[in-house]
Write a protein that binds this ligand. Sequence first.
Ligand code: C5P
Length: 218
Amino acid sequence: MTGLVVAMDGPSGSGKSSVSRGVARALGVRYLDTGAMYRAMTWWMLQQGVDLADPAAIAARCAEPRIESGTDPDGSAIHVDGVDVAGPIRQADVTGAVSAVSAVPEVRARLVALQREIIGGGDIVVEGRDIGTVVWPSATLKVYLTASAEARARRRSAEVTGSTVEAQQAAMATRDKLDSTRKADPLSVADGAIELDTTELTLEEVIAEVLRLVAKRR
Ligand code: C5P
């Protein structure tokens, strides 16, 4: 029997990070951003000049980097071989390449094992694409966050300078399509997950709803 595990899955821009952080803070538990781990792996591959059009090349190298992820509620700490990559992993080059790297089964096997180790005894909110389906199917609560494509693009373009809502919407549609149609652990709604459409809700309202759902399951 492990402690509390909240699995927070959904497409990009659905509000997973802000909601997960808020819920972790309110509950006084840890927070893990698994997307940051896939981004860190992608950053390292780009640094090494690995050909990202070649899944076999990605698979051959993916055991090399040491990826360490912070689990405090602000959870943005992420290091590769001791280098702080919190900034670089949010850059456009990594965002544009991450779906190709995360589609490689060897990459997923390695990072899923690492994520399970970090989750360990629980008391954690974990955000990603496959937490409820693959990483921790026995989670106390599984939430699948959605929002309209337009709302998701609007939120993301408010975070990224120099980008229009239309450009964001197109880039996100491409990434979501790759993430939900890949063979290995595609983005999908887990059995038993509660779907929450956040289009018309404020961040505070979504956090309150998740906390209410957690309270019902404890
Ligand atoms: O959540 P974020 O947008 O930072 O995730 C970046 C990418 O990492 C996603 O587009 C997806 O390709 C991959 N990812 C994944 N499985 C997870 C978390 C993220 O494949 N659990």
